[in-house]
Design a protein around this ligand. Sequence first.
Ligand code: MSP
Length: 676
Amino acid sequence: MARRYFTTPIYYVNDRPHIGHLYTTVIADALARFHRFQGDEVRFLTGTDEHGQKIEKVARAEGVDPIDVCNRHVGTFRALWKKFGITNDDFIRTSDVARHHPGVAEIVRRIDAAGDLEVRSHEGWYCVGCEAFYPEKDLVDGACPTHGYRPEWQSEENVFFRLDRYQDRLLDLYRTRPSFVFPPSRLNEVASFVASGLKPLSVSRTSVKWGIPFPGRPGHVVYVWLDALTNYISALGFGTQDDALYRATWPDPGPPAAKQAFHLVGKDILRFHAVYWPAFLMSAGLPLPTQVISHGWWERDGRKMSKSVGNVVRPDELVERFGVDALRWFLMAEMSFGQDASFSDEGFLSRYNADLANGLGNTLSRAVRMASDAFGGKTPGEACHDNEVKRAAETASAAWKEAFTAYRFQDAADAIRALVSAVDAYIAAHEPWKKVKTEGVTPALHRIHFNALEGLRVAATLISPIAPGTATEILRRLGVAKEASALTAADLTWGGLPLSSPLDAAPPLFPRADAKSWFGSGPPEEEKLPEGPKEKTVTEETKPAAPAVSAPVVTPSPVPAPAPDGGAKIGIDDFLKVDLRIGEVVAAEKVEKSKKLMKMTVRFGEEVRTIVGGIAVAYAPDQLVGKKFAFVHNLAPAKLMGIESNGMILAASLPGTGDPSLLTVDPAVPSGTKVK
Ligand code: MSP
């Protein structure tokens, strides 16, 4: 039995989670559940990355302490993980002084003792989004390749880590342990990055105050990535009096053995995990993790989904409508692991209908209803031990196990779908609904229904790491009183369906969703907004170029491709008649009896106004308060549901749903600033 330690990245707390964050956490959870199922001893950690310039900036813009920003967002992450049934054993916060700081101080002390730290003065392009310096050559048209905006030029005296000294040892690691990075294509990228030459890495900051004091260097805080990466061992007690968990969990030196550690990360942060982290550990004389498993990006409109870009998909609405497991299933079944995938409402809906409503849900409903009708609400009274469903179940179980072990989650989902199809085909071929009429309730009829239901019991078992709530519910309907988390590999053995026990032919597990009801029709008459905001689009052509440092940054949210050019063109004078301004929402509440309208109190410099916008379908008041958006400032007043609105909030209208997506604004831009 192996001891396996799975970690997610610790998430920045400058925003609420979106499906990109959810994806990493769901795959880590599915892997943890799969390995527990296999009988391994699993530990699973997630948490939040709370220091650094990113958080400090948000706090400064809001006029609060950084810890207040962290405390506000950390609960959202915890609540989301709870809602999604994430089985993390622990949650670490880097602002937790007692738990996390001693580990960071200890790793710094060890790196210093190894003679790998030195003070140098330093300047360069710093991307606050990545919390990293970029050499000029790595910028794309002067902008950060991940975030698309121009980094800031920063110069200060820093403590440097002699990363360059670890180039050979790192290359050696990749050569002798090629499984250190998964997938192999990413190992090649990492190895060629290292082979192209490593430079000393700045590991302290003096311009940032919100961080862990750098041991022995008053005025310096530990660079946020050195601080954050250490969470994987500080959470185990490394550097504290009580490090028993660290000793029991973190791998021993040498090749992978009984204790293994796996870091799940997006490709955006692979370099930090596969280059910097092993180099820090080597310098500190500590063993390395077993593997860094890197996945691709969820994109929307061809760009990485990210808050900075403003094109995120939040899980809330999908979950409310389709349930947690529909989204878990989609994330795991849709993305070919390691590659990028595009999120679209249409894609989500068609997979939901094909795999869950028509596939699993429908087959389950039919099988349970027919058996229930034939045997008076009970499972069959006779088992069958050699048949095509049994063989399909065995094939699916083997393929599923192999796929999970190799992180081919899409193939694991395919194996489950194949088993469900085999059950469906089996029912169609054996026509039990006819047999019961022509032959009555015979032993053969018992066996047919047994095979169908038992096939579904195995399918429920296989789906348990991906969609645990669904697995538990299917088992309950089949008369098996077992939670998904209590299942073990023994549950894959054919024949586990209890005989002559109550069946529950409850309503469909996944009601079919028709596109029309999901994408919706237009708003009711009284909620129609003045012409303008829904149609307003910002296209690539009109998008402002990467702005200079400290210029107002208005990032367009994703928008549909511009319609073929049919509209009248306007001159710049006409455009300049529209007074666009940055406003800060200081209060917001949903308008009573309206689904769409939100009443906002908006501050433009000294001036405060009431503005009503049709955004309540997509935003809750707490997502608006304290944030800045772009507004039309000189719109003639209009009454919406009896409230006088003095201006208009700008939003892109998303393809398909027409849902609003607000334009994001750098919090550092003062309210009242003109936009042109
Ligand atoms: N705080 C750092 C990680 C420190 S780990 C020692 C960080 N945080 S983050 O909140 O920005 O994002 C972390 C992870 O979220 C990414 O690496 C990735 O795993 C996931 N994703 C964020 N956006 C994503 C997509 N659009 N698509 C898929 N996953 C992405 O980086």
